[in-house]
Structure formats: C-alpha cells, structure tokens
Design a protein around this ligand. Structure first.
Ligand code: PMV
Length: 357
C-alpha cells in the first residue's frame, strides 16, 4: 500500500452581482440573504491546491502562497472543512468495507499537507477566500474519492468562506440562503452554465493590491449589529433582485443585468457606510471608475454597455458584452492604465485586445 496519496486541482473566483453581506449564524456561516454571482474564467483568476495525505505525516500543515501558516489547529474554518470531508471519507471507507473491499487506505485518519496558491493578490477584495476554500474542499473530495455532488460540496465550502460555495460551479450561480438552522439547505445551485451567455465578459481593475483594512468577516458582523439599512436590504430589496437577475440571465438581458449589478454594488457599499462606525472599502479611484462607467453608459442610446461592481475592497470588476470590451479597455487604459494588468494575458489569448492599437 502506498504511503502518500496526492491530488491537485484548481478553482475559479466568483464575483457577486447580488451581494452576500451578513450572517445569521457565524459558525455554520448561514447568510442573512441569498446572493448570486458569475464565476470568472480560470484563465483570469484561480486558486491551485495540492494536498498530500500520509500515515507518516506527524501533523496537518498548511502553506498559503509558499508561506506556512502557524495556527492550523485553531483555524476553525479550515478545521470545519477538514472535519466534514473526513467524516464523509470515513462513511465511504465503511461502506466499501461492508461491501467486501479490502485494503482500503484509512485516509480519513491521516494527517494532511496542504499547499494553496493564488495567481492574483490575496485578501484584496478579489474573492481569494472564495476560490481558496472551494479549491480546498474540491481537492479533498477528489483525494478522498467522495461520491458527492457539487451542491453537497458547496455546503462544506460555505463553512470555510460563505462566498466559496458559489465557486463550486462555473457560469451563473445562486447561493440560496435556506431556512434551516443546521445549514442543510444553505447551498449553491447553478442557474446557467457559462455557455448560456458566452458574450458576457469580466474586466478586473486592480486599484490596489494591498490587503484590505476590515476583513469581510469582521465587517459584516458590525453591519449586522448596527446597520438599519441592512434590515431593509434583506427583507425588501434582495428577494426582488434575486428574481430580477435570474430573469435577466435567462433572457440574456444585459440592460437589466447591468442595472441590478450596479444598484446592488451601490447598496452593499451604502450598507457599509451605514455601519457604525462606518466601513469604507472604495477609494477615490474606485469612485472615479463608477463615474466613468456612468458617463459611458449615458453617452449612447438607451442601453447600458458596462456594469461595475465592487466587493470588500477598492478593486472594480466590469461586466460587459464582448462587442463592447475593446472600447471599454481603451477607455480604462486611457484614464486608469495601471489597473488593467491582470487582464492582459486573458484577453491576449482570447481576442488579442491588448496587442492591437
Ligand atoms: O465569503 P466572504 O466572507 O469573503 O464574503 C464575501 C462578501 C462579498 O464578497 C463582499 C460579497 C459576495 O457575495 O461575494
């Protein structure tokens, strides 16, 4: 029997167009509202994780971008994901044993060495925890050979980082908040695959690659405790937006998609400012990008050509249809040239957009 088993997988980043912000249960990570995101191409942003498991390893260890994390035993979110996948592996080992298999390696009992890296700035509001935890859980599932669906895995990834549950699928993904107190119905479902709307593209504008000042965990708990606007958002606004955005995706209605996306980003940041003391994630450059996209949208006919969205950081993601991407790249390259570097490889490969002109 071999002593070391190893698996490597990658997972994509997702960027929400209806944002998750607020937990009703902080240990199970159950949200106060449903959310919906678009999974980016893995050529753009991705996490890559290699996990080894061996009966000879003395401890479970974790390296993030080449640096070893010291407090692995006390990392509750990591431990929740390990516990859940090991339990499933144990059940699987038992079921194999019952059906007469012999020499099944007891991987559920052995220590792990986990190496994870991102091909983009970590913790700068570019959803690194989403792709990171999705990749961790997916790699474990492959290593442990778990016979389990992506939605089942999404409930485990959710316990690492809420938004990670949505990175279990490509395309357009909803995180349905669920009603149950045990989290058994708080999970991700694919609304449509990426092939449903191949004209939709995402541009990533890195305004700053520094680690954000207030983590999303800390920020959303302050918001839940202090913001009155959040209550209005949860009860009155998000349910209607979830219906609207699903309809916009289904019918590939970019105008509707763009309006909901921009309004929801605006309201998420309004809720952050309504937190007491307030949280500011956007900076002057972020706001200048909003003004530029607003001008650009209003300069043409009645349709929108671009939609901005900002997570818990100053960096913008611009959604647009392929036919307008070149114009938008030129516009951003004119006013904010240094923000576009992350897109170069992606668009060079796909459309040669940075090599022309
Ligand atoms: O999953 P977390 O804890 O990193 O929270 C992510 C929150 C936002 O990115 C701001 C919104 C979202 O839905 O992804």
């Amino acid at each position: 029997m071999a002593n070391i088993y190893e698996k490597t997988t990658t997972a994509p980043v997702n960027i929400a167009v209806v944002k998750y912000w607020g937990k009703r249960d902080t240990s199970l990570i159950l949200p106060t509202n449903s959310s919906l995101s678009v999974t980016l191409s893995q050529d753009q942003l991705q996490s890559k994780t290699t996990i080894r498991v061996s009966k000879d390893f003395k401890a479970t260890r974790l390296w993030l971008n080449g640096i070893e994390e010291t407090n692995v035993e006390n990392n509750q979110r990591l431990q929740a994901c390990l516990r859940a996948t090991r339990l499933l592996r144990k059940e699987y080992e038992n079921s194999l044993a019952i059906s007469g298999h012999v020499n099944i390696p007891p991987l559920s009992e052995w220590n792990l060495h986990i190496c994870s890296e991102n091909n983009f700035p970590t913790a700068a509001g570019l959803a690194s925890s989403a792709s990171g935890f999705a990749c961790l859980v997916y790699t474990l599932a492959k290593l442990f050979e778990l016979p389990i669906s992506a939605t089942d895995l999404s409930r485990i990834a959710r316990q690492g980082s809420g938004s990670a549950c949505r990175s279990m699928f490509g395309g357009f993904v909803a995180w349905e908040m669920g009603d149950n107190t045990d989290g058994s119905d708080s999970q991700a479902v694919q609304i449509a695959p990426e092939t449903h709307w191949p004209e939709l593209e995402a541009l990533i504008c890195v305004v700053s690659d520094l680690k954000k000042g207030t983590s999303s965990t800390e920020g959303m708990q302050h918001t839940v405790k202090t913001s009155e606007l959040l209550q209005h958002r949860i009860s009155k606004v998000v349910p209607e937006r979830m219906r609207g955005i699903k309809e916009a995706i289904k019918t590939r209605d970019f105008k509707k998609f763009a309006e909901i996306t921009m309004r929801d980003s605006n309201q998420f940041h309004a809720v952050c400012v309504d937190t007491f003391p307030p949280i500011f994630y956007m900076n002057d450059v972020s706001r200048a990008i909003i003004r530029l996209i607003t001008e650009y949208n209003n300069s043409g006919d009645e349709t929108y050509k671009a939609a901005y969205t900002f997570d818990a950081g100053p960096n913008a993601v611009i959604y647009a249809q392929k036919e307008n991407i070149k114009e938008i790249i030129n516009l951003l390259a004119h006013y904010f040239p240094s923000t576009l570097d992350l897109n170069k490889e992606y668009f060079n490969d796909h459309a040669g957009l940075f090599s022309t002109d």
